[in-house]
Design a protein around this ligand. Structure first.
Ligand SMILES: C[S@@+](CC[C@H](N)C(=O)[O-])C[C@H]1O[C@@H](n2cnc3c(N)ncnc32)[C@H](O)[C@@H]1O
Length: 274
């Protein structure tokens, strides 16, 4: 057997073991980044091979927790891709104004920077009071951090720049208090937010939404899993509901390509039309 095939087999067995032992299903995540992440665990856990990592993870739930953290890449930022938020403000907000009540699903919200950004935008547009945001992620740890709402102070300068480029209407510093633990964001921003664990691979839809925001999550999934998630989103959106994806993602070439029209193709903002 070639080395690459053996490696493939070891990865398959690790993922199958993780699924059967813990119920976390990473079997359809894109292989390239999965492989890099698994090797990082092999190094950090100081084991000799992927098979040895498998043994450790199956016997030691804490090693499993570390693996989940590694595989569920949590990189995020406030007002990430500012022009996306600007487009949201100018092209989606007018549509949202027509609804008496707005339900948003922020899927794969990570540590919450996206949720806080959205809440600020909706507050400034006078829509937050009639909005409920369901912020979900596979990883419980990041959800706890999102709920705490304390973010590193050294990020605030970059976030302020993003906020301005995104069309922010206030001084960004009005939204947080600087302290020894970091920048603590105002609690009223998450007054209408429900944080919950939800796995896009195995869990079902739980409501009907006006907006689904799932950015930089499906990029880590293989094609079949992406289509599975698109099916879930399509069933969870109301007619003319809005779907937003990450900059490197697209509705094109997915199973649901024909169900959406672009509101802003460059910013990956789509409207469900059938
Ligand atoms: C790179 S972050 C993106 C965060 C944010 N949406 C953004 O664009 O800045 C990807 C997030 O997807 C979450 N994720 C990965 N697999 C998931 C799954 N199967 N179900 C739900 N969330 C998942 C990860 O835990 C991580 O927090």
């Amino acid at each position: 057997m070639r080395t690459e095939d053996l490696e493939q087999l070891e990865i398959d067995l690790l993922l199958e073991g993780v699924y059967r032992r813990y119920g976390y299903d990473f079997r359809q995540y894109a292989r390239g980044s999965l492989r890099r992440r698994i090797y990082k665990r092999v190094l950090d856990e100081r084991v000799a091979s992927i098979s040895s990592l498998q043994e450790r993870v199956l016997r030691d739930p804490q090693a499993m927790e570390r693996l989940v953290l590694e595989l569920s890449i949590n990189v995020t930022a406030m007002f990430r891709d500012p022009t996306f938020y600007l487009a949201l403000r100018t092209k989606v907000v007018p549509l949202l104004r027509t609804y008496p009540f707005i339900r948003v699903w922020n899927a794969g919200c990570s540590t919450g920077e996206e949720v806080y950004s959205l809440a600020m935008l909706l507050q400034e547009e006078g829509l937050y009071d009639r909005t409920r945001i369901y912020a979900t992620d596979i990883n419980e740890r990041v959800l706890q951090r999102a709920e705490e709402g304390v973010f590193p102070l050294d990020k605030m300068r970059g976030y302020t720049e993003n906020y301005i480029k995104a069309g922010g209407r206030k001084a960004f510093s009005e939204y947080y208090k600087a302290g020894p633990r970091g920048a603590t964001f105002k609690r009223d921003l998450i007054e209408n937010v429900v944080f919950a664990q939800h796995n896009l691979v195995s869990d079902r839809s739980f409501n009907e939404f006006n907006v689904i925001m799932c950015r930089n999550v499906m990029i880590y999934f293989d094609k079949a899993l992406q289509n599975h998630v698109h099916d879930l989103f399509h069933r969870s959106l109301i007619n003319f509901g809005v779907l937003t994806l990450g900059r490197k993602e697209s509705i094109k070439f997915t199973s649901h390509e024909n169900c959406y029209e672009a509101i802003d193709g460059l910013e990956r903002i789509y409207k469900k039309v059938k």
